[in-house]
Design a binder for this molecule. Sequence first.
Ligand code: G3I
Length: 370
Amino acid sequence: MHFNKHVFTISAAALLLANLLLPDAAFAQKIPSLKDAFRKDFGIGTCLNNAQIEERDPATTAFIASQFNMATPENIMKSALIHPKWDTYDFTMGDKLIEFGKKHKIKINGHTLIWHSQLPSFIRGIKSADSIRTFFTDHIKTVAGHYNGKVYSWDVVNEALNEDGTMRKSVFLQHLGDDFVTEAFRLAQQAAPKTELYYNDYNNEQPKKRAGCIELIKKIKAAGVRIDGVGIQGHWHVGKVPFQDIEESILQYAALGVKVMFTELDIEVLPRNFQGADVGARMTANEQSNPYTAGLPDSVQQQLAADYEALFKLFLKHKDKVTRVTFWGVNDGDSWLNGWPIRGRTNYPLLFDRNNQPKPAFEKVIALKK
Ligand code: G3I
């Protein structure tokens, strides 16, 4: 007893000393690695913001490189940023991301060529279908062409569907008609023959939206155009993860001959009156809307861990169909869910806390591989 206590005291002291003496980067290596644990099953990704791409904090860079082998730019490849003016493209940050990927052996998923949101402001001034078509064609050719052979894959079209499976009334649908999705893939295939091409959406595990998504994929294929995979974003809510719909979707999408990916995974723990990720949606703050500023209660922490454990069990069960699982953020502090649908909340949707320390959800996920 006395001996055990002694050993414990020595090892605790050693740990403390290591914590103090080792640079964060070295200490980060002591946390088991997600990408290594799941290496034989599927890729493990994160989204990256400007500070991370620019490697402003070496400890963060080392942590990212130790945990992830795939990455998606959170914002910098969206059209508003990469194509700010009619005849001006800005590849500065995108090119830095490519370098980041090369240096740290991280495959990059380009995000995203055609999306109704975060469009350049000049689009608002365009009234003719011809000009929209010119923008659409030039944008895909130029951006996909620039990164051909540099990015591993593209989210060619993002969020083209409504919840009922019909097509969203975007500027592209209005001016170019139903075929714009197929056309986007055709142009991307020509400009980026060496790149995998995906359709990406949220709630497309839900039966009606899934049916619309299946129709889209069939239509692209029927036109003789290549589509390699479908992304289910995976913005879910704690205690309400739709496991059955997710499994059904993996099976139905895979039956079409496309890869299935979970592309923006996070699990919301704060009060919300709707599911999904419509960036236009907002909620009004009240006294109940930001309840966990002092920390996450244990009951919620355990539910979050159980949800992540069940999700990864499902992903492993279908590892022959699921090729990548990407988290939408490295740690809780990075998450867009701190600012949406209400600004300034304290959210806890990921596997690592604000200091990149593993949460109980991480322990449950990594334990599946022990
Ligand atoms: O960069 C400007 C900054 O200059 C300005 O001062 C500040 C003021 O609000 O805004 C900054 O831009 C913000 C940008 O993120 C970069 O931080 C935008 O307001 C904000 O709207 C934008 O949010 C992004 C959102 O997409 C926009 O649609 C989130 O970071 C990003 O996580 C989120 O990602 C989307 C996926 O692309 C598609 N699926 C849904 C997912 C979550 O919404």
